[in-house]
Design a protein around this ligand. Structure first.
Ligand SMILES: O=C(O)CCC(=O)C(=O)O
Ligand SMILES: [Fe+2]
Length: 285
């Protein structure tokens, strides 16, 4: 009897130990497992790998940037979603377009960790932006708006060009996330918007009630976007940005942040991605 009971207790202890190891490996409790190891997103995010860490940047210390005004409109507080009108000046937008010209390459998606092109998911070209003074001031602005969060860094900036029929199907901006590293926020900036279509759609976010929002979001007759799409569609408006947080304070991904770049029906749209990455314990200098 005593032996039987000792054996049971050992088993319980072993199960407990194994569970503790699994708990540790999986990271934050409550974080859906597909947010931890999944590669379901179509965006390039490589866990906590060295490649990722090396791609993080921080504007030069004591950088002097011209003061710049923009208008903030909060659409939602949980998740935090903000429309920032005038995030970029005209000169900054033109500069980003000039710098992109020589660098356009076909945009890729990640499928089970493999980089590939798939125009049914993402049809556009992207360009890596060199980090000159203007660009570092834009990075600085993106950090300042967020309140210079600790252990949080900007990823290298990319522009993205959509010609007619260009689009980006619904997706999240993260592929992996853990307690110690994740893509905490996104700025989707409209650098050039000489187009029809091309808004950014959030099907799980409710339309704001106030008609003044119709300057920034598509207002269809049925109150749910542009008449065809679910949820909210932000207008592509030159210089403006949509900012949102991808995770709550506990590191749980917000399901409301699923979004798409709707097809451009005429003309060209150029966007700028500014992603912020939380990397616990990391410092740039
Ligand atoms: O172009 C857009 O409106 C959205 C782009 C986007 O979601 C992305 O590049 O991750
Ligand atoms: Fe996105």
């Amino acid at each position: 009897m005593a032996n039987d009971s000792g054996f049971r207790w050992r088993t319980v202890a072993e199960v407990g130990l194994v569970s503790a190891v699994i708990y540790f490996l999986l990271g934050t409790p409550g974080l859906p497992s597909n947010l931890i190891f999944s590669s379901s997103s179509t965006d390039k995010t490589v866990s906590t790998s060295q490649v990722k860490v090396e791609s993080l940047v921080y504007p030069e210390k004591n950088i002097e940037c011209k003061s710049h005004n923009y208008d903030i409109h909060v659409l939602s507080t949980a998740p935090l979603i903000i429309y920032i009108d005038g995030f970029l000046s005209n000169d900054e937008s033109e500069h980003l377009i000039d710098m992109s010209q020589a660098n356009w390459q076909t945009s890729t998606v990640f499928n089970s960790g493999v980089e590939t092109t798939d125009s049914t998911v993402r049809k556009s070209e992207k360009a890596l932006i060199p980090r000159d003074h203007t660009v570092q001031c834009i990075e600085q602005r993106a950090l300042a708006i967020q309140g210079w969060p600790r252990e949080t860094f900007i990823e290298r900036l990319w522009t993205q060009r959509y010609n007619e029929t260009g689009h980006y199907a619904h997706h999240y901006d993260w592929a992996t996330a853990s307690r110690t590293s994740r893509r905490v926020s996104t700025f989707m900036v409209y650098v050039h918007a000489d187009c029809t279509g091309g808004g950014t759609n959030f099907p799980r976010v409710s339309m704001p009630r106030d008609a003044r929002w119709c300057e920034f979001v598509e207002c269809g007759g049925d109150g749910d976007g542009d008449g065809g799409e679910e949820g909210v569609t932000f207008k592509a408006r030159k210089g403006a940005a949509v900012f949102w947080r991808n995770f709550d304070e506990e590191g749980r991904g917000y399901r409301e942040t699923i979004h798409a770049g709707l097809p451009v029906t005429s003309g060209t749209k150029i966007g700028l991605n500014i992603w912020s990455w939380f990397q616990a314990g990391h410092s740039v200098d």
